[in-house]
Design a protein around this ligand. Structure first.
Ligand SMILES: NC(=O)c1ccc[n+]([C@@H]2O[C@H](COP(=O)([O-])OP(=O)(O)OC[C@H]3O[C@@H](n4cnc5c(N)ncnc54)[C@H](OP(=O)(O)O)[C@@H]3O)[C@@H](O)[C@H]2O)c1
Length: 357
């Protein structure tokens, strides 16, 4: 294919663009399966932005798997806070990419960027409002969908803004070895808190205690009584609960909170594949113990992004914070990586490598 620009005939490269599409909407009451998605290798893409547009064409390098994507696989009658996926089109998620062409003054060819993109090799990004140029290319670029991206900002806003932490407080984090939880624990440790995490395997518990610096951790799948497990770890009760899972864990935590405790409701992954959500029985504790329980969305905190990025890069360079990633190689392995989140197969931040450069 060729085009005329400035009097010169330019070759316009057209490439095969492999993509992972959602085959159909899922009912709300079951786990996602790999067979709900498929790899399509027949489409092509022109590696130029349409002339006159402010779009950015990226080569996708790393793609993210996040629990909230499950909700997007179901069709909602009432619009959700994120739009439903459209069957037959690529799944979308945060990603890191390299700019191949740009009609936008803020993004140049060769820049690395992160933001919402498609599960495909190349994406034409027309909505650039939340596309962010990567400033630090001396850290792994994949970190921009983990510790330096949306999950990192979630941990930062959720802990420092919602939890109002103080030195010496008792902090509990569920799904503690995951993309968000591992960072919350390290922030709490840096603040001088006593930090305990729960996770779903002995391998994860070991990482929490020996790599991520948690004071204590337990495998919730092996605990016959969550209330007793929490009493064992927190004989004096919990000041701050960073909620990632919901369900039975939330009830057990409510029974172990201290006076003036705070619960940051980040997520409730145990409920994401249920048609009818579990009830919560111990809410009375909120009154007697004067507990503040507050939900939040990371999308309301992008104004703090650069402040957060600089602080966390600094912590990383000083060796004060580490980050564990679980890397799936190739778009063809993306469906299994995404479904793995709901079975707890990921150890650390789950991401997909599409290309390394
Ligand atoms: N509010 C926001 O803006 C915001 C932004 C980002 C993320 N989130 C939420 O934050 C939470 C953590 O997200 P993440 O990206 O860090 O995910 P993640 O922890 O890296 O991965 C999900 C983990 O959840 C655990 N899990 C899965 N099913 C479970 C169940 N039925 N009961 C208990 N645990 C279960 C598994 O770990 P185990 O092996 O430990 O079970 C799994 O590895 C999610 O609830 C997510 O929706 C919220």
């Amino acid at each position: 294919m060729s085009g005329r620009e400035g009097g010169m005939v330019m070759e316009e490269e057209v490439m095969v663009n492999r993509k992972v599409v959602l085959k159909h909407h899922l009912p709300p009451d079951r786990m996602p399966k790999e067979s709900d998605m498929e790899l399509v290798a027949t489409d092509t893409v022109r590696l130029r932005v349409p002339s006159g547009s402010t779009a950015v064409l990226v080569k996708n390098l790393y793609l993210s798997c996040d629990p909230y994507m499950r909700s997007r696989m179901t069709k909602h009658d009432e619009p959700s806070y994120v739009p439903d996926f459209v069957p037959g089109t690529p799944i979308s998620s945060h990603g890191v990419g390299k700019v191949l062409d740009s009609g936008h003054p803020d993004f140049k060819v060769g820049d690395y960027v992160w933001g919402m993109t498609g599960w495909e090799e190349y994406s034409l990004i027309t909505s650039t409002e939340h596309l962010i140029k990567i400033n630090h290319t001396d850290v792994p670029l994949s970190y921009y969908i983990g510790i330096l991206g949306m999950p990192g900002l979630t941990a930062y806003a959720g802990f420092y803004e919602i939890c109002s932490p103080k030195k010496g407080e008792y902090v509990f984090i569920s799904a503690a070895s995951g993309a968000v939880g591992q960072l919350v624990g390290q922030f709490a440790k840096l603040m001088g808190c006593y930090v305990v995490g729960s996770a779903g395997s002995d391998e994860k518990v070991n990482l929490l205690k020996n790599k991520l610096g948690f004071h204590e951790a337990f495998n919730y799948k092996k605990e016959p009584d969550l209330n007793k497990a929490l009493k064992r770890c927190f004989p004096e009760g919990i000041d701050i609960y960073f909620e990632n899972v919901g369900g039975a864990m939330l009830d057990a935590v409510l029974a172990n909170m201290r006076l003036n405790g705070r619960i940051a409701v980040c997520g409730m992954i145990s409920q994401y594949n249920l048609g009818k959500h579990d009830g919560v029985h111990n809410l009375l504790a909120l009154i007697a113990k004067c507990i503040r329980m507050q939900g939040f969305l990371v999308s309301n905190y992008y104004k703090c992004y650069r402040e957060f990025e600089e602080k966390v890069v600094q912590y990383m360079k000083e060796g004060k914070i580490v980050y564990i990633e679980d890397i799936a190689e190739g778009l063809e392995n993306a469906p299994s990586a995404l479904t793995g989140l709901f079975a707890g197969r990921n150890v650390g931040k789950q991401l997909i490598v599409v290309a390394r450069e």
